[in-house]
Design a protein around this ligand. Structure first.
Ligand code: PGA
Length: 251
């Protein structure tokens, strides 16, 4: 059974009190959502424990935006997977294009982080996506295929149950420029084929593949109507509870 997910990536926004308030507003508005849509919020590390408190008893799941590539020890400034699970985190985003671009996140590192996260019992939202140059050079299928294989082909069919893929064309992130539903659908279908080639048809059918990049209430319906788009990874629009929930009610 494929799960529909709308996940909010808050990035480096909100203070802790603002974040707690936002989480509470999401919880309140999420009450009217159908049971087949899972909501996830991914605040900054500093917010995780108080936001976990605010989410208690709700259907909204908690995610980190990243995790360390080591289990513990002398890694100043890093946050380990067992620290995340110890406060009730259920997910972590990995491989967001901002991390790949600004913080040198490589596929090799993402394999290690994914291993650590899964071993700790965290689910992983793995981001893939081409940049503008790659899209203009007509390399988007190739880039996304390679990114998906480079990380996920190191794992098993069983591991795939705890992995969600987010297709986020870099040129659409925070730019107000959304991929058209058709553009997103053809890449999502491609990703599903990449999963099927290694793990079989059932695993591919069950895989949740999210779209991310300027997704908002006004375009979510059209995107989510595509057969291989199973929800969204939302940046800017996740910072307003009404917009976030508006997206989640677009299925
Ligand atoms: P955006 O960000 O919705 O602000 O474009 C999406 C993301 O980066 O996850």
């Amino acid at each position: 059974m494929r799960k529909y997910i709308v996940a909010g990536n808050w990035k480096m926004n909100t203070t802790v009190p603002e974040g707690v308030e936002l989480a509470k507003a999401v919880v309140e508005k999420a009450k009217s959502l159908p049971a087949n849509v899972e909501l996830v919020v991914a605040p900054p590390f500093t917010h995780l424990a108080p936001v976990a408190e605010a989410l208690k008893g709700s259907k909204v799941a908690l995610s980190a935006q990243n995790c360390a590539d080591h289990e513990k020890g002398a890694y100043t400034g890093e946050v380990a997977v067992n620290m995340l699970t110890s406060i009730g985190c259920q997910y972590t985003i990995l491989g967001h294009s901002e991390r790949r671009q600004y913080y040198g996140e490589t596929d090799e590192k993402l394999v290690v982080k994914t291993q650590l996260a899964l071993a700790a019992g965290l689910k992983v939202i793995l981001c893939v996506g081409e940049n503008l140059e790659e899209r203009e050079a007509n390399k988007h299928f190739e880039v996304v295929t390679e990114q998906t294989k480079a990380v996920l082909y190191n794992f098993t069919a069983l591991d795939m149950k705890n992995i969600v893929i987010a297709y986020e064309p870099v040129w659409a992130i925070g730019t107000g420029k959304t991929a058209t539903a058709a553009q997103a659908q053809e890449i999502h279908a491609c990703i599903r084929n990449v999963i099927e080639a290694k793990f079989g048809a059932q695993v591919a059918q069950d895989m949740t593949i999210l779209y991310g990049g300027s997704c908002k209430p006004s375009n979510a319906k059209e995107l989510f109507a595509e057969k291989d788009i199973d929800g969204g990874l939302i940046g800017g629009a996740a910072l307003k509870a009404d917009d976030f929930i508006g997206i989640a009610t677009s299925f």
